[in-house]
Design a protein around this ligand. Structure first.
Ligand code: MN
Length: 450
């Protein structure tokens, strides 16, 4: 038995000063006066369940490039930041079955990732229009891939409304959850080509050609179609007040819809695009918005309109981001390592959210909503994924100290108070006093179900 003593445990029943006992891979007991052969002293620290990041893109192929972090480097960075489970993506080729694509993607991650992982199954345009393809959702769910990524944007990915409804129906029949990139894509493509034709190529035009209200419009349509199909729906990367309002409206109408935001939307703005030569680095979709969006997003996380925080970690190097116009810049920002600490520093320390809510939105809710039944809680019987988080440890963020491979970080120079000291995964030390002590392949594919 391994004991973690003297910590402030953040449990579903609140914050309690107690010991945590681990037997093998599981949490065995929480209480006082427990005994064990090995003891880790967590005095002065929070003890919380391992972070669950429901949305990352490691070694993702895109138009001849591959996103900067591999399954190995990205998962090591995640572990240092207190995340012990991530969910990445698999995208079937036009002639490939969902199961073949799933197994191929698992083969890339297995033996590499140091933390546990799941995969979302993408339903691209070529699958979304075909009933026979959509029937494969049942086999995907049986293989532990119970969430399906749909897009309302991007050529080749965008599903028109009839295809979206068909996909929702198929996912509902299979017992899955739809996760959605929600923007009014075809209209954005038109606005973009009009801007380029008029000579507007600077990075700020990325934001100006993706109006926030068209994000909300897309969520509105998707929510109605998902409800028609009785398919549970999760909205990815919510970044503006209009989107929060639309999700709140749908929830009030009884629609089974959840949302997530990401640190970049909670902390940064489109002003970053105006910051000289680095302006293009911050291109991601949906785009960064305004400082006036920050309070509604934080309030949404506090009151439950938004259920969780993901990173949408999708790193590209400075050289890859350096393009002749904004439309050619690969979208995405890094952040897999900094999520827990950014939300602690900017959310908990400022009083916007409680320590318990911090754990709910970074650990418990992403696990529950995404079908990870053994993750995200400090409770007997759950996987012993545990983070010892020192709320006084200060870190100034820099590419030199982060373990992400990317040669830039959106948070360079930001000083955070609160950083993970020690991280365990299924009872084994993964990070000990900020030193990585795990090995490639320590992580395993986790079957998810509802
Ligand atoms: Mn994404």
């Amino acid at each position: 038995m391994l004991l973690i003593t003297n910590g402030q445990l953040i449990t579903p029943d609140g914050v309690v000063e107690a010991d945590l006992a681990i037997d093998g891979q599981e949490i065995a007991a929480i209480g006082r006066g427990l005994t064990g052969e090995r003891v880790i002293d967590a005095a002065g620290c929070y003890v919380l369940p391992g972070g669950v990041d429901p949305h990352v893109h490691l070694q993702m192929p895109l138009a001849g490039r591959v996103s900067t972090d591999t399954f190995l480097s990205g998962s090591i960075a995640a572990a240092h930041g207190g995340t012990t489970t991530f969910i990445d993506f698999v995208t079937p080729e036009p002639e490939q079955s969902m199961l073949d694509a799933l197994h191929a993607r698992q083969a890339e991650a297995d033996g590499e990732t140091v933390i546990d992982y799941g995969l979302h199954m993408t339903i691209p345009t070529w699958h979304g229009a075909e009933e026979t393809r959509l029937k494969e959702t049942t086999a995907a769910v049986a293989a532990g891939c119970a969430t399906f990524k749909l897009y309302q944007a991007y050529t080749g990915m965008v599903l028109d409304d009839p295809s979206l409804l068909r996909a929702f129906q198929a996912i509902a029949r299979a017992g899955g959850l739809a996760v959605l990139h929600s923007e009014t894509g075809p209209v954005l493509e038109l606005l973009r080509s009009q801007a380029l034709a008029a000579g507007y190529t600077a990075p700020i035009w990325h934001e100006r050609t993706r109006p926030a209200r068209l994000e909300a419009t897309a969520i509105h349509r998707a929510a109605e179609l998902a409800d028609l199909a009785q398919c549970p729906l999760h909205i990815f990367h919510v970044g503006c007040a209009e989107a929060v309002a639309e999700i709140t409206r749908a929830q009030a109408a009884g629609i089974d819809i959840s949302g997530e935001s990401c640190p970049q939307y909670l902390l940064l703005t489109a002003e970053e695009h105006l910051a000289g030569p680095d302006g293009a680095l911050f291109i991601c979709a949906p785009p960064l918005r305004n400082v006036s969006d920050h309070v509604p997003l934080w309030r949404g996380l506090a009151n439950g309109a938004l259920a969780m925080v993901s990173t949408d970690h999708c790193p590209w190097t400075r050289a890859e981001k350096d393009q002749p116009d904004f439309s050619l810049v690969p979208g995405g920002v890094p952040g897999i390592e900094t999520r827990l600490s950014l939300i602690y520093h900017h959310g908990v320390r400022t009083g916007l959210i409680s320590p318990s809510r911090w754990v709910e939105i970074c650990c418990t809710e992403p696990a529950r909503r995404m079908g990870l039944s053994r993750k995200g809680r400090l409770a007997p019987g759950y996987d012993a994924d545990v983070v010892i988080f020192d709320p006084t440890r200060r870190r100034t963020l820099s590419v030199n100290t982060l373990h992400e491979l990317c040669d830039w970080t959106p948070y360079a120079g930001m000083t955070l108070t609160g950083w993970p000291r020690t991280v365990l995964q299924r009872g084994r030390l993964l990070v000990e006093e900020e030193e990585f002590v795990g090995a490639p392949g320590d992580g395993t594919f986790i079957k998810r179900a509802f």
